[in-house]
Design a protein around this ligand. Structure first.
Ligand code: RTP
Ligand code: MG
Length: 140
């Protein structure tokens, strides 16, 4: 497998509960390196643009309001098969279906307030990384 990068977001429900370090520890334990990281507060428009792919979904308004409701930590994770590995560490979207030991099993509050976002393909990872970071921000 090749070394790749993926975009991760620690969502407002997790920053509100001071879980950034606990979540980062899970990423690092899985061999993912945090090669860029920034704490930001998104506007409704920025959150809507980031999740534009879900614009037609019934949960879109709820999702962008939630993502703009408090601070988030945007980060680039690097490692062997980083996209799939991060999705594994995150667990299923719905915490009720997430495997033991995953971030969402341990920390998520609901299917919406589920603590983390992770890119779902290498192609989307490149687009999502460029949404928040310039090349100079990423130090591998
Ligand atoms: P993410 O994009 O945040 O990494 O999550 P995901 O791939 O596991 O799930 P996705 O289908 O892409 O959905 C994006 C986010 O929308 C919220 N959601 N709410 N109320 C609902 O039924 C519902 N379904 C999805 C979640 O915050 C989900 O992570
Ligand atoms: Mg997704």
């Amino acid at each position: 497998m090749t070394v790749e990068r993926t975009l991760s977001i620690i969502k407002p429900d997790a920053t509100a509960r001071n879980l950034t370090g606990a979540i980062n520890a899970k990423f690092e334990a899985a061999g993912l390196r945090i090669v860029a990281q920034r704490r930001i507060r998104m506007t409704l428009d920025q959150a809507g643009a980031f999740y534009a792919v879900h614009a037609a979904r019934p949960f879109y308004d709820e999702l962008r309001s939630f993502m703009a409701s408090g601070p988030v930590v945007v980060q680039v994770l690097e490692g062997e098969g980083a996209v799939a590995k991060n999705r594994e560490v995150m667990g299923a979207t719905n915490p009720a279906e997430a495997a033991e030991g995953t971030v969402r099993k341990e920390f998520a509050l609901s299917i919406g307030e589920n603590s983390v976002h992770g890119s779902d393909s290498a192609e989307n990872a490149a687009t999502e990384i460029a949404f928040f970071f310039s090349g100079l921000d990423i130090v591998g």
